[in-house]
Ligand binder design. Structure first.
Ligand code: 1HE
Length: 266
């Protein structure tokens, strides 16, 4: 059950579960018997969850039941689609994962076991990934005679580059937790079973970030990083001025100058 947010458990399919702890909502993929494979109702449930988050929620953590984060697209639902309905299905995933990535709150994914195919597409729409040591990443689409359709060709190269994704698709290469972190698939590697606790600790920190800074990081930073430098520098200046002009920022800077705010520590 979700508290302080708009979504109720009744709005969600039974393959998803939600609980809140203060400003943090935890969305759990709850289909362990099928390794959390994403059927359409689960994907649409993820969209509904994000679209109806209440204002009290400042951070979302996505975790999963069982030993695997997500086995990707539910292959049982991959019936013969004609070309246009195949495009529409892929675009539905794009729409949903866009809401995850470009919504109002930072998203932290807790990874373990299989993070494959559409599972990696969901994980790469999150802003921070915490991988338990059992995590492995793969794009088995290459071996199934299909292509990624849930945004991987846009998001995964941003994390690891086109050449590594090409290798994953063509050779079936898998990355483990440690080598995955080394190439950029996760920012953290933690011991088995420690993923959620770590994510909640990170979420506490994220929830304490000023709204104008969160907005800048989620909305401005990705655009600036993709802009030509000339436009990027201007966008950065505008965003910096907007953020520093807020009463919140002025208060935080005054707190530091008056010795009330934490110093940066080694
Ligand atoms: C599934 C799926 C699935 C498991 N769709 N049912 N994804 C893949 O190609 C990955 C396919 N899955 C696997 O390689 C393995 O299942 C795992 C490595 C993830 C886990 O292995 P394991 O030994 O723990 O489980 P299992 O015995 O293989 O699977 C348990 C059950 O989950 C079994 O069903 P059951 O009724 O026989 O018990 C499996 O059939 C079921 N299951 N994965 C449906 N993916 C928008 S485009 C995105 C394109 C893609 O994501 S393609 C990649 C699809």
């Amino acid at each position: 059950m979700i508290h302080g947010a708009g979504t109720t458990a009744g709005d969600l399919p039974d393959t998803l579960r939600v609980r809140t702890a203060g400003p943090v909502a935890v969305l759990t993929l709850a289909r362990a018997a099928k390794r959390n494979a994403l059927n359409d109702s689960t994907v649409l449930g993820i969209e509904r969850f994000f679209q109806t988050l209440g204002p009290a929620v400042r951070v979302v953590v996505i975790d999963a039941d069982g030993d695997h984060f997500c086995a990707g697209l539910d292959l049982a639902e991959m019936t013969e689609r004609d070309t246009l309905s195949g495009v529409a299905h892929s675009q539905m995933w794009h729409r949903v994962f866009d809401v995850v990535e470009n919504g109002t709150v930072p998203v932290i994914a807790v990874l373990k076991g299989a993070v494959v195919g559409g599972g990696l597409e969901l994980a790469s729409a999150a802003h921070i990934r915490v991988a338990e040591t059992s995590t492995f990443y793969a794009l088995p689409e290459g071996q199934r005679g299909i292509f990624v359709g849930g945004g991987a060709s846009v998001r995964v190269p941003k994390l690891i580059g086109v050449s590594r994704m090409t290798d994953m698709m063509l050779t079936g290469r898998r990355y483990g937790a440690e080598d995955g972190a080394a190439v950029g698939l996760s920012q953290y590697v933690v011991p088995e079973g420690a993923g959620l606790e770590t994510a909640l600790e990170l979420a506490d920190k994220v929830a304490g970030v000023a709204p104008q800074t969160t907005f800048a990081v989620l909305q401005a930073l990705p655009r600036i990083a993709e802009a030509n430098p000339r436009d990027g520098f201007l966008m950065e200046s505008l965003m910096a001025a907007i953020a520093q002009g807020t009463d919140d920022a002025k208060g935080r800077m005054r707190d530091f100058l008056d010795g009330r705010a934490a110093k940066v520590t080694r």
